[in-house]
Design a protein around this ligand. Structure first.
Ligand SMILES: [Zn+2]
Ligand SMILES: [Zn+2]
Length: 223
């Protein structure tokens, strides 16, 4: 279970990501509140020690809605319990929920200059209404690959805003493998982590019928 969870768990609090927030410099992900708190005393990524920003590390954090959606999909009940927790928090203080304009994804970009800007949970999942792409993930057949891990469900629908790295996380989670062991390929070409499904579709699959066919390969753990 520990291995399965490593892709969707925050290393700072050991819980599932809440308001998943990714450092743009190294793409490591944490809960928003965990990383914002951590960066009050450090300018370096807690996972890889990359310097996040010379002076204002919060500027290089991005709310990662696609990652949060992945967590909610993989952990049944988490979204509901988190929304309930937030509702109760506001009710207990007799407050109205503060919202921020949609499309404002920069954690440090709060209009008041406060790092703890309130994340609008009512709209946080609007990307669910994004355009979606249908993907088919086939395992790359290779004589070198001794791994028996194969996806149970090879058809995946995801937001056009999802990136290859998100897809890799889902794959690793479903296959129970560490992140470094899975690559995603299109026609033999390894796709970069930062590529979005939209870029992929437009550049490789435009005008063709869904699903877009991708391959994944698994590196042997022993090498
Ligand atoms: Zn956390
Ligand atoms: Zn990092």
């Amino acid at each position: 279970m520990k291995e399965l969870n490593e892709h969707i768990v925050c290393c700072l609090c050991a819980g599932y990501f809440i308001d998943a927030t990714t450092i743009t410099e190294c793409l490591h992900t944490f809960c928003k509140s965990c990383i914002v708190k951590y960066l009050q005393t450090s300018k370096y990524c807690p996972m890889c020690n990359t310097k996040i920003h010379e002076t204002q590390p919060l500027l290089n954090l991005k709310l990662d809605r696609v990652m949060q959606d992945i967590v909610y999909k993989l952990v049944p009940g988490l979204q509901e319990s988190e929304e309930k927790r937030i509702r109760e928090f506001y009710q207990s203080r007799g407050l109205d929920r503060v919202t921020q304009p949609s499309g404002e994804d920069t954690v440090g970009g709060d209009p008041m200059g406060l790092p703890y800007s309130t994340f609008d949970h009512s709209r946080a999942h609007y990307f669910r209404y994004d355009e979606h792409v249908s993907l088919c993930l086939e395992k790359q057949s290779s004589s070198k690959d001794k791994s028996k891990a194969v996806l149970q469900h090879k058809y995946v629908r995801c937001s056009v805003r999802a990136q290859i790295r998100h897809l890799r996380r889902v794959l690793c989670h479903r296959l129970g493998l560490p992140l470094q062991h899975v690559q995603i390929l299109f026609g033999g070409e390894v796709l970069p982590d930062h590529m979005t499904m939209k870029q992929l579709w437009l550049s490789r699959w435009f005008g063709k019928p869904a699903p877009l066919l991708l391959h994944y390969s698994i590196k042997d753990k022993r090498r």
